[in-house]
Design a binder for this molecule. Structure first.
Ligand code: GCW
Length: 704
């Protein structure tokens, strides 16, 4: 949402060389017309300074105004002497106290921004029931300035829709980040707790700017060591740094920790010794971190220990930890990403099979954390059938911000539309319209953050962190608007910069779907590291870790039959949705091969046979990446040279890899189907065997 003033602006401000470290908080000098406009009303900051959060809010505002307006504002703690921005809560500021009653409905984290008069002076209020709301309000105000919005009729009331807005770091204690493409872990466990890298504070600022209020520090494939006393002291140091920014620390808990750390013979949740161990551990953690958020748990999934090892249920396991945390106010985020050891008919059905029947069996401080789709963060999946199916259980949705299946950090793929698609998906639960977002207590994003200078491994991946945070605050926020404000803040609030960038971003996810897994195909990447195409992947320890299991292509057709004739995964959705997805004539084409096995000459809405359309999608995806390259080239001179060059280089990688995906996939499916290439399509430059022989033993981010 760029406002009126942007049109007035010539472009100069952001041509300083930039390395991306500042994220969307660059506070680069605004154009003179804007400085003149804002300058008159923002010359002074009146802010209390009694608590760390109050000081964080004041300092951020001063930093922002100084950068944007190229002049430091006057600073007062309580007296208004000019056109000021007045910060505070009813308790921290006598100037804000009169707003006490009307702010009650804002809740613990809400805020308001408003123009007012104090002592005959025009002021701008950033007011909230609690300090943290003031900090959030300051970031809102700075966002308005950075995007060139008008402040003339300012009246903003904001509160977050979701209670828990949490990053999940899949960071190992040795610094390796599972599925991380942005360098090593940000947490330097070796130098903590003594060395408090200033970068930790910048991490907290970035999250607070979005309203993210929790972070899980360690990988869900957890080491019990994270709960050992020395690591708790390190986590406590991070918690101290994050606390003023409203961010609680959580830890992934290894279910077998009572054995590994406590020396017990069992981790059986019904064993009194085990229960005592977790109670003591919780007490110990809270002695270090009084506002500890709680545990995230991956249990009985992909080899992780869990309650089923003792014949107990997921509810038994979650409740064990929930009881230990409850006296301290902590929660358990128990993941529903499970699939059984003995490979069943359809892996996509398993979370529902194991969890739906447990609805109501969890203690109130358990939240079941469900991935956005039933499989595993694919470029496109239908929404997870558990949304809407567990009305008596608080749910969180887990999305990946890191792009394990979407081209790592080098492909420009803006995930806002993916998140939006699932948040807005209609579950038709109880026969009524009810979006996925309506069932959520919280949202978790698997972080794409590492120690790379850009934080996220590329400039455009910053947008995915940003979009996650903005949608966590308000799941109704259109992803296009989010892209526009991010682009304005990250590059320049100039429509000639923002519009082309938003165009690239908004089309990018569909482009990736097209060149990787069009029309509902899924899980076709190379084995293990998931880098590049591998539709031929077969054999190995489990069928559901292969590609052929998912695409089921043969001479006659392609696709996974999940209708009642097949695995009946459709039966896990509400009847209206099941009817839609289960009917090959009605299923949305982007999900066709997810739910149906169809012949190669299945007629598509376009009138073309499926085979032609499939190849067409692959080619179209590559073409779209070329289009992004052209658009980006047109921004040369409007984006600083350093960032422009890196994005351009990454787009060439993407272009090359999109072509590779297309050629390898077409070569493979052609070999399987025995079909000639549709007219006008170019043959892959290499035989199938060439693509199959490519090996990348050092691809980044592997699981271990
Ligand atoms: O996406 C898959 C990843 C694993 C990951 C697992 C999970 C943390 O390939 O690396 O493990 O999902 O979500 O638990």
């Amino acid at each position: 949402m760029l406002a009126v003033f942007t049109a007035l602006m010539a472009f100069t401000g952001s041509l300083r060389a930039e390395d991306g470290y500042a994220l969307w908080m660059r506070y680069a000098p605004l154009e003179p017309a804007l400085v003149a406009h804002y300058g008159t009303s923002l010359g002074e900051v009146v802010a209390p300074d009694q608590t760390p959060t109050q000081r964080a809010a004041r300092d951020e505002l001063v930093l922002g105004l100084t950068g944007l307006l190229d002049r430091a504002p006057r600073l007062n703690t309580s007296a208004v002497t000019g056109h000021a921005v007045v910060l505070g809560t009813p308790t921290s500021s006598a100037l804000i106290a009169p707003l006490h009653d009307e702010m009650a409905s804002l809740g613990q984290e809400g805020y308001l921004l408003r123009r007012a008069h104090i002592g005959g002076r025009e002021v701008l209020l950033v007011a909230a029931p609690r300090d943290i709301g003031v900090l959030y309000g300051v970031f809102h105000l700075l966002r308005l300035l950075q995007t060139g919005a008008s402040l003339d009729t300012l009246e903003v009331r904001e509160s977050p829709r979701l209670q828990l807005r949490v990053l999940n770091h899949w960071d190992n204690l040795d610094g390796h980040v599972e599925r991380g493409y942005a360098g090593r872990s940000l947490w330097d466990w070796q130098t903590l707790p003594e060395w408090r890298d200033p970068r930790y504070t910048d991490y907290a600022r970035a999250n607070a700017s979005l309203g993210i209020n929790g972070t899980v520090l360690n990988n869900v494939n957890a080491s019990a060591q994270s709960l050992a006393p020395d690591y708790l002291a390190k986590a406590a140091a991070l918690a101290d740094i994050f606390r003023p920014y409203g961010i609680r620390v959580y830890l992934s808990a290894r279910f077998s920790a009572p054995i590994e750390l406590g020396g017990l013979a069992t981790a059986d949740p019904l064993e009194p010794d085990v229960q005592r161990w977790w109670r003591d551990k919780a007490d110990e953690i809270y002695a270090h971190i009084p506002d500890f958020g709680g545990f995230l748990v991956k249990a009985n999934s992909e080899g992780q220990p869990g309650p089923q090892d003792y014949g107990r249920s997921h509810a038994d396991g979650a409740n064990l930890l929930a009881k230990a945390l409850a006296p301290h106010g902590g929660v358990v985020m128990w993941r529903a990403f499970v699939y059984a050891h003995d490979v069943p008919a359809d892996r996509a059905t398993q979370a529902y099979t194991e969890f739906a029947g447990l609805d109501g069996a969890f203690l109130p401080n358990v939240i079941v954390q469900v991935k956005n789709g039933p499989l595993d963060f694919q470029p496109r999946e239908p929404f997870h059938p558990l949304f809407g199916a567990m009305p008596h259980t608080p749910l969180m949705m887990e999305v990946q911000i890191t792009k394990e299946y979407l081209g790592f950090a080098t492909h420009l793929v803006y995930l806002g539309p993916l998140y939006e698609e699932v948040l807005q998906a209609d579950t038709r639960a109880r026969g009524e319209g009810a979006t996925v977002a309506q069932f959520l207590t919280g949202i978790a994003g698997v972080a794409n953050i590492g120690n790379d200078r850009t934080w996220t491994g590329s400039h455009f991946d910053q947008a995915n962190w940003y979009a996650f945070g903005r949608l966590a605050w308000n799941p109704q926020h259109p992803s296009r608007d989010i892209a526009a404000e991010w682009a304005a803040m990250t590059f320049a609030p100039d429509p000639e910069v923002v519009e082309p960038i938003v165009g690239m971003m908004m089309a990018s996810r569909e482009a990736a779907v097209s060149y990787m897994t069009p029309l509902g195909l899924h899980h076709l990447m190379a084995r293990g590291h998931h880098y590049g195409p591998g539709p031929w992947v077969d054999g190995g320890p489990r069928a559901d870790w292969t590609s052929v299991y998912y695409h089921r292509a043969d001479r006659h057709g392609i696709g996974f039959d999940r209708t009642a004739r097949g695995s009946n995964a459709v039966g896990q959705y509400a009847p209206d949705v099941a009817a839609l997805y289960g009917d090959v004539t009605q299923v949305p084409e982007p999900l066709l091969l997810w739910f149906h096995h169809v012949p190669w000459d299945h007629r598509m809405a376009s009138g073309r046979p499926l085979w032609d359309e499939l190849v067409g999608h692959y080619t179209q995806g590559v073409r779209q990446v070329q289009g992004m390259q052209t658009t980006w080239a047109g921004l040369q001179g409007r984006v600083d040279a350093h960032r422009h060059a890196q994005v351009a280089a990454f787009l060439s990688i993407q272009r090359r890899e999109a072509q590779w995906w297309r050629d390898a996939s077409v070569a493979y499916f052609q070999a399987v189907s025995g079909r000639p290439l549709p007219a006008g399509e170019t043959a892959p430059p290499h035989p199938l065997a060439w693509y199959q022989a490519l090996a990348f033993p050092s691809a980044p981010g592997d699981g271990r």
